[in-house]
Ligand binder design. Structure first.
Ligand code: 6AU
Length: 476
């Protein structure tokens, strides 16, 4: 029986023969010289080879059990995706490159459902930027893209960049392997291999480049797109909820009677993405409150967030987080923590979490007048957050920080339409200004809703204003 490697080798030699891979001196699109040139467009002229490529991709990828649709990166990979679709019977969607110029034309053609898992197909990967463009259009429509299968990985940094964006790349061939096959068959000599190897080493794409381009600025990316960029699972879930419920409103349920908390959760549930509590202010607290609260959260699809602001030494935080009557870790998917005591707080939470999906919001700035937090503290808090990418869901702050880390969520409290401040130092901004000027992703509204005669009407109003501001921000 012919092994997979033998099939791959025979295929590689065919690619060389039809001049889809050439060695020599070539000028790239941007004017640089390269000793290797790949032009896979030519495969369309060789239907048998195209068929073999589709077979190899399908065999290499293995099971398509979790894949609902496939999409080729335009244009070269379109016919490749078509062949894979026909052979695997997995439906395909097609991305238009030119739709933006025509205005109303659909970007994605074909049948799909929100939440579908899409496998991206590409011919050659250098930086991964073409894949990311395709993924962006798909995720904007609610399609999930976490995997791509490609014919050739040029090994110039694309895999890392895709990984940074939450996408796993499966490559049939690397340039190294392709050259190995061709050398064994005497299609190329050692000197060429050496030259290409030096070239790969000297032309690595900086993985931070793609995160620093303006299109990756978190304020210009949709919440749906950011679902794929979140490293913390609760942040990913929250992005998804925000996108599907079309709300970036968090209510601060600062009420002191259990039934009032439950009533509020029921009333505002349809309009919020997060229900934020201070569980230790409830006068008649009994653990029996937690089950119905979780049930309401599940039914209305919002996340429970205990604003505990952990700030002690690690050991004490470990106990405060999972012991005592509140048992915070058992029900609150999100909690807040201060960075003042450093790593210990985060290590304690991380270790107590176990297998549950949990996330932390670190406080980098506050809405309180006269706060002692200064710029250095804010900066150091962000540096601390970077060290715990899987644990930190976001940052509580008052200004647009961490613009190049779109996987994190900015939560901004101090939002109200009626008042500018209270008598204890709280300072308020309008819903529009927190989203458009202060960089908030999620806005926290407490008394603006809880003190209203009809909390559900107030919540709907804040929800609409906040979402309109977010939509406006995306169009900027
Ligand atoms: O809208 P309010 O003023 O009634 O409620 C604001 C809520 C309260 C505060 O504990 C909380 O937001 N908060 C926070 C958070 C969320 O951590 C930080 C901050 O700087 N300011 C602030 O008000 O539950």
């Amino acid at each position: 029986m012919v092994s997979f490697d033998d099939k791959l080798k025979a295929f590689s030699i065919e690619l060389f023969k039809i001049n889809a891979v050439k060695f020599g001196e070539f000028k790239t699109k941007v004017g640089l010289m390269t000793p290797v040139y790949c032009d896979l467009r030519i495969i369309v002229s060789y239907p048998k080879l195209m068929e073999r490529l589709a077979d190899l991709l399908i065999e290499y990828f293995g099971t398509f059990k979790d894949i609902d649709i496939i999409c080729g990166v335009p244009y070269t990979a379109l016919p490749i995706a078509t062949a894979v679709s026909i052979k695997s019977s997995i439906p395909m969607v097609m991305r238009r490159k030119e739709a933006k110029d025509y205005g109303t034309k659909k970007l994605i053609e074909g049948v799909y459902n929100e939440g579908d898992k899409c496998l991206i197909i590409e011919d050659v990967v250098t930086s991964g930027s073409s894949i990311l463009e395709t993924v962006k259009d798909l995720t904007d429509l609610g399609i999930k893209c976490n995997e791509t299968i490609v014919l050739l990985n040029r090994e110039q940094g694309g895999a890392k960049i895709l990984e940074n964006n939450g996408i796993v790349m499966h490559a049939l061939l690397t340039l190294t392997k392709l050259m190995e096959f061709l050398r064994e068959d005497k299609c190329i000599n050692d000197k060429t291999v050496e030259q290409v190897r030096d070239y790969i080493a000297s032309t690595q794409v900086d993985p931070s480049i793609l995160l620093k381009t303006p299109s990756e600025d978190r304020l210009t990316l949709s919440f749906l797109t950011r679902t794929n960029l979140a490293k913390n699972p609760v942040a990913a879930e929250l992005f998804q909820i925000m996108a599907t419920k079309q709300t970036n409103l968090c209510v601060a349920a600062d009420l002191t009677i259990s039934t009032d908390i439950l009533n509020l959760a029921e009333q505002v549930g349809p309009y919020i993405c997060v229900f934020k509590t201070h569980i230790d202010i409830i006068e008649d607290f009994h653990p029996n409150l937690l089950k119905p609260l979780q049930e309401i959260a599940e039914r209305h699809n919002f996340i429970l967030f205990e604003d505990r602001k952990f700030a002690d030494i690690g050991k004490t935080v470990e106990l405060q987080y999972s012991k005592g009557i509140y048992q915070v870790s058992s029900w609150a998917k999100l909690v807040t923590a201060h960075s003042i005591t450093g790593k210990g707080v985060l290590d304690a939470i991380k270790e107590s979490v176990g297998l549950e999906k949990r996330g932390v919001f670190l406080l980098a700035e506050t809405s309180a007048a006269g706060s002692l937090i200064n710029e250095n503290y804010t900066e150091a808090t962000l540096t601390l957050a970077e060290q715990y990418p899987e644990l930190i869901a976001g940052i509580v702050c008052q200004s647009p920080l961490f613009l190049q880390t779109p996987g994190l969520i900015q939560l901004t409290p101090g939002v109200q339409l009626e008042a500018k401040s209270d008598n204890l130092g709280q300072q308020y901004n309008s819903p529009e200004s927190v989203i458009l000027e202060k960089g908030a992703d999620v806005a926290v509204v407490g008394r603006g809703i809880t003190k209203s005669a009809k909390p559900e009407i107030a919540a709907e109003k804040y929800k609409n204003l906040l979402w309109a501001a977010y939509s406006k921000r995306l169009q900027k």
